[in-house]
Design a protein around this ligand. Sequence first.
Ligand SMILES: [Fe+2]
Ligand SMILES: [Fe+2]
Length: 173
Amino acid sequence: MTEKMAAAICEQIGRELAAHLEYLSIAAHFDADGLPELTRFFSDQAQEEHDHAMKFLAYVMEAGGPVTLPGVDGPRQTFASAEEAVELSLEWEKAVTGHINDLVDLALEQKDHATRAMLDWFVTEQVEEVAVMGELLQVVRRAGEGGLLLVEDYVARSAAGAGAGAGEGAAPA
Ligand SMILES: [Fe+2]
Ligand SMILES: [Fe+2]
């Protein structure tokens, strides 16, 4: 792997860790609002982002690229509404999808097929991440701020349907 490719992946590690913090902050927001299912959902999302960071890091280390980790911006601390928090999450996921696509472009440009193959998992994962967050946003909007207990039911049902502890790849946990 070239240094340029390694550096680009390390930038992505920073973004995954920033998303980890963002989702922890959102989980804490919902916890303070007394919404345990949304709290669990965002805690699980935070864990997934951490897993993504570790997966990228393991790859760069294995492929022998230099590891140069960036600083990570702090998360947003306050959210005016559930809708705002979920909107922000959807924006994050869309932005991450764009960055993953850029990494694929760079891997192709460099004829780095090992990295391109590693990135395939993330390309597929992002389709699901954007879909899950987009659907949650729709549900939150439909329920309205007064109807967040309906959202709690939706999140609980989705988690039950996906199977407890199914982890990565299970929607929407
Ligand atoms: Fe991620
Ligand atoms: Fe994500």
